[in-house]
Write a protein that binds this ligand. Sequence first.
Ligand SMILES: NC(=O)c1ccc[n+]([C@@H]2O[C@H](COP(=O)([O-])OP(=O)(O)OC[C@H]3O[C@@H](n4cnc5c(N)ncnc54)[C@H](O)[C@@H]3O)[C@@H](O)[C@H]2O)c1
Length: 354
Amino acid sequence: MKEHVLAVIGCGRIAKNAHFPALTQIEGVRIKYACDLIEEKAAYMKETYPTVVENVITDYKIALADEEVDTVYVLTPNYAHYTVTMDALRAGKHVFCEKPITVNYALSCEMAEEANKRGLMLNIGVCNRYHRSVEKLEQMVREGKFGNLYHVYCSFRSFRSIPGLGGAFTTKEQSGGGVLIDWGVHFFDLILYILGGAKLQNLTCDAYCEMAKDMKSYRYTSMWAEDTADIENGTNDVDDYITGYIRTDKASISFNGAWAQNIKKDEMFIDFLGDKGGARLAYGQLFEFYDGATLETTKEEYEIPNMYLCEDIAFLESTETGEKNRSHIDNILESAKLLDALYASATERKELSF
Ligand SMILES: NC(=O)c1ccc[n+]([C@@H]2O[C@H](COP(=O)([O-])OP(=O)(O)OC[C@H]3O[C@@H](n4cnc5c(N)ncnc54)[C@H](O)[C@@H]3O)[C@@H](O)[C@H]2O)c1
């Protein structure tokens, strides 16, 4: 790989747990700037990776003004994706932006247009497209192992997982929504990827904000992203439960998602139903394949490489070759369109057609 000079903007959880560990393993990567509004978070990255991270800054415009920087990682909360990405593209940088693209489809399209107009790469953090199980399932569907894949059901439900109650995660203006845009984005993106270019036809959706509508009475034992919580003065106006039905020109899709529910089960899986075979993918893990002819169940064991490392390498390579890969924004817009339409259907309480 050639030398890549990076600025990483946003040094929170996904930066710390996924992208810094991955990027610092890739030969040729220099992280010239680690940037966060909270200086200690950026400084932590330099202390942890002193041979790769060169400078700590709090104003990302410093990195954008540096001509040596060719690539920018945008790992901020959703509300800042659009502004930081557009600024980086206008400064002539390739951009990797975490999921969701941004808070709605219209702004997502603007981001794609800006990148394409400038001939710059803009990839989105749809890490599941690099998960070995997803890659294998996609290949099996293409090889006809499922026959006619007529329906997909997915469940992304948890007992108590509302993040940062009252903070950015639960404030629609900043996050774009709740469990649908936060967790559903991954499930729908990987389903659309496996279905391979399915065109949306119509859908219906219901969204609920029930479990913490009175934030002070929400009972839980732990809360991820608790550091952003503001139960006293904050906002919770997003979906904690979502359900619906989607028709495409390929399979139909039904789903239930819950950040929190009064059922003490965490169920994270996707069922792919075909007339020859079916599979249950345990989200982020292996899958079982059910052969309709032999009645046998197979669960192949295989290595699951670090999907963040795979997506980062693929992105950096694409900036060298100019070839748009599976996580290029052009290939993700359909799932952004889907999320917007699901929210619109829930708000208007009616079926919507494309
Ligand atoms: N792909 C995945 O599996 C995955 C998992 C978790 C989060 N994410 C996404 O990653 C993004 C970040 O999530 P997180 O959990 O790391 O959030 P986080 O709040 O832990 O970190 C975000 C950081 O960005 C910083 N920041 C905000 N605005 C900034 C700006 N203008 N300049 C510099 N720094 C700024 C904040 O101070 C914070 O430290 C979100 O969009 C989220 O949806 C993706």
